[in-house]
Design a protein around this ligand. Structure first.
Ligand code: 13P
Ligand code: SF4
Length: 301
């Protein structure tokens, strides 16, 4: 009998599909994926692919980004109810209201936003390029950074721009405490602390390296150190253990899990490839404006 892996491999060929997976996805999803990466690397893949179908194993804003950049492809999101808890449906109207009162501001939106907010933005960024994106704007330009307050303050610390942070946060990263990281450091005194910028500033102060998920993976690969405390979502351990099988990794806290990232299953991926549903289609008017903000980001070197 054909197992799920074989069925997905067969369907992928029949559909000329590519499977893109965020590194927070469950291990079996990262195993079946053609490409695993962080939000930035996945957006580059989505923009470049010559597949007819993109199966996005991640959360909704990532699949929207793929559809915005490659509208002629079919974009599937197998776990259709997987959203990002950093924002809700009110974000667009609240950002619009802010801009009405403060027309001098330009919006820089983290890719963790709905397409409608990207459409209001001057430029997008991810956790791996936020500093470069801000530096690409005129030094005297006031910036509203949405929605992650922690990435906003991290970026503000590294640039000279005036950045007003929105008050959003990732519940998974924002919950990590100083006490937890201090405890982990005590338990593993020789380990380097690698952390995502979505963590709070006082927690980031305890890190040896702060960067995106791919930044964390590259740091661990290139470092001469053997032990690391990981302060981001636990799915990243899959890549770390594949790429650095002889190094040791300890989670910085017990709750570093994003429930929405864990909603994708092999069954859902197979069903998506069979039915070519559920599709993500960003309406044309939003798509063209959001695309400008995303393309500006992809052009920043
Ligand atoms: P990166 O993929 O940019 O590291 O961001 C992590 C994240 O929270 C994605 O939802
Ligand atoms: Fe959103 Fe946080 Fe989950 Fe990333 S980890 S998808 S930022 S809730």
């Amino acid at each position: 009998m054909e197992d799920l892996f074989d069925a997905i491999t067969r369907l992928k060929k029949e559909r000329n599909a590519v499977i893109l997976a965020h590194v927070y996805q469950p291990e079996e999803i990262q195993e079946i994926a053609d490409f695993c990466g962080d939000s930035f690397a996945l957006s580059q893949q989505a923009a470049q692919t010559d597949a007819d179908v993109i199966v996005f194993c991640g959360v909704r804003f990532m699949a929207e980004t793929a559809n915005i950049l490659s509208p002629d492809k079919i974009t599937l999101l197998p776990a259709i109810d997987a959203g990002c808890r950093m924002f809700d449906d009110t974000l667009e109207s609240r950002v619009k209201a802010f801009l009405k009162d403060h027309p001098e501001y330009k919006v820089v939106s983290y890719v963790n936003t709905p397409a409608s907010v990207k459409a209001l933005s001057e430029i997008c960024c991810t956790s791996s390029n936020a500093v470069k994106v801000i530096e690409s704007l005129p030094a005297d330009q006031p910036i509203l950074f949405v929605p992650d307050q922690n990435l906003a303050t991290f970026t503000a610390e590294k640039t000279h721009h005036t950045i007003l942070p929105w008050r959003g946060a990732c519940p998974t990263h924002h919950a990590l405490s100083v006490a937890e990281v201090t405890e982990a450091k005590k338990a593993h005194p020789g380990a380097k602390v690698l952390m995502h910028p979505e963590c709070r500033p006082e927690v980031r102060a305890l890190a040896d390296y702060v960067g995106s998920t791919m930044g964390i993976i590259h740091y661990a690969q290139q470092s001469p150190d053997e032990e690391f405390i990981i302060a981001t979502e636990c799915g990243v351990l899959t890549q770390l253990e594949w790429k650095c099988p002889h190094k040791k990794f300890y989670m910085a806290g017990g709750n570093l899990l994003c429930p929405n990232m864990k909603k994708t299953t092999l069954e859902l991926v197979k069903r998506s490839l069979e039915t070519l549903e559920p599709r993500i289609v960003v309406p044309e008017e939003i798509r063209t404006k959001a695309r400008t903000a995303l393309e500006r980001m992809l052009e920043v070197k």
